[in-house]
Design a protein. Sequence first.
Length: 138
Amino acid sequence: MGVQSEKIFVNLPVKDLNKSVEFFTEIGFEFNAQFTDENATSMIISENIFVMLLVENFFKTFIKKEIADATKSTEVIVALSAASREQVDEIVNKALAAGGKTSNEPMDQGFMYQRSFQDIDGHQWEIIYMDQSAFTQG
């Protein structure tokens, strides 16, 4: 059996931690106060998935390369599943209302519905609903 892990921590650099927390709070995400200070916060995606938002100067202490400018280039796409098509729309609409930008046009393939946005630092997020019943054999 290959490598397995119990949790995932995606680390993203941000310019202004308070503005990022405000942005993601407006979408509906919550944060773990135990792992929050002036340099970083832990955004809770689910029981085992977290996004660490790190102020750029703090983020730099973990790397030897330059931080990519997410407003000009894309290094990562954070893709999250949603429970329904309506939840996809709800999350993306909240992100856009909170100051995010549209990344791509919605993709509707019947069994899969996907929309995307860029957060206030330019990181690309994809929100996807996949109808699992389309894959069951009957």
